[in-house]
Design a protein around this ligand. Structure first.
Ligand code: C5P
Length: 222
């Protein structure tokens, strides 16, 4: 099946050498690489440059959550780095979210670059929650101007059913089949995620741990 969704590789590695290795091996198949707090704290914008040199996009997954002024300033810096998308915690509240959206739009206009997609995190999978609580947060985020939310495949079905407006869904926990889960509680295959209404599929370990990462990526998204 040809995926209509975009593949995002979670670049969950701890050295620039490894990051470079995966970007170089996979940029022909993967057009977006997710950079989290681990890699970004260690190497900062250098990792962004490595990805951009291969003409791939950066998903800056730092899950901003702070007072509105601090988050807006962080978002402005992310726009300067020309990242394709970034995450914020919706639980940071309306004022924080609206000022982040405003800051992203203003900075992008000023620099004449594309505004990054702003993606909201509802409830962390490590925390207890309910579908209704996730729906409430997703609606709040989207009403404040976010472009989409991160959620599991199961939540994607629920959100698509209950939110009629257009928005993006980013789903982690993608596996070739549902028997290999690592520590993920709710995994899904790429086609299940796409059917559930996901636009971006995040994969890490199934590709990072593979003997042949490119082959593994092709197998996951064939
Ligand atoms: O290795 P794996 O494919 O499980 O990687 C999933 C990636 O998605 C990791 O970078 C993880 O931090 C991220 N993620 C997740 N669950 C969420 C949000 C993000 O697994 N709810």
């Amino acid at each position: 099946m040809k995926p209509r969704a975009n593949i995002i590789l979670a670049l969950d590695v701890d050295t620039l050498t490894k990051a470079r290795y995966f970007v170089n091996r996979l940029y022909s198949k993967v057009k977006i690489f997710k950079v989290g707090p681990h890699l970004f704290t260690a190497f900062g914008p250098r990792i962004v440059d490595i990805i951009h040199k291969k003409r791939a996009g950066v998903f800056l997954d730092l899950k901003f959550h702070d007072i509105p002024n601090t988050v807006s300033n962080a978002v402005r810096q992310a726009v300067k780095l020309k990242v394709k998308m970034l995450t914020l915690h919706i639980s940071g509240g309306e004022e924080m979210l609206k000022s982040a959206v405003k800051a992203a739009s203003e900075e992008a206009r000023k620099l004449k670059v594309k505004r990054p997609l702003l993606v909201g995190v509802t409830v962390l999978t490590s925390q207890k929650s309910s579908p209704q609580a996730i729906l409430k947060l997703a609606k709040l985020g989207l009403n404040c101007g976010l472009d989409g939310v991160v959620c599991s495949v199961r939540e994607a079905v629920f959100l698509r059913k209950n939110i009629k407006n257009k928005f993006l869904i980013i789903t982690p926990g993608i596996r070739a089949d549902n028997t290999v889960c690592d520590d993920q509680k709710r995994t899904a295959t790429a086609s299940e995620a796409i059917q559930a209404g996901s636009d971006f599929l995040v994969v890490g370990r199934p590709i990072l741990r593979a003997k042949n990462p490119l082959k593994a990526a092709k197998k996951l998204f064939k």
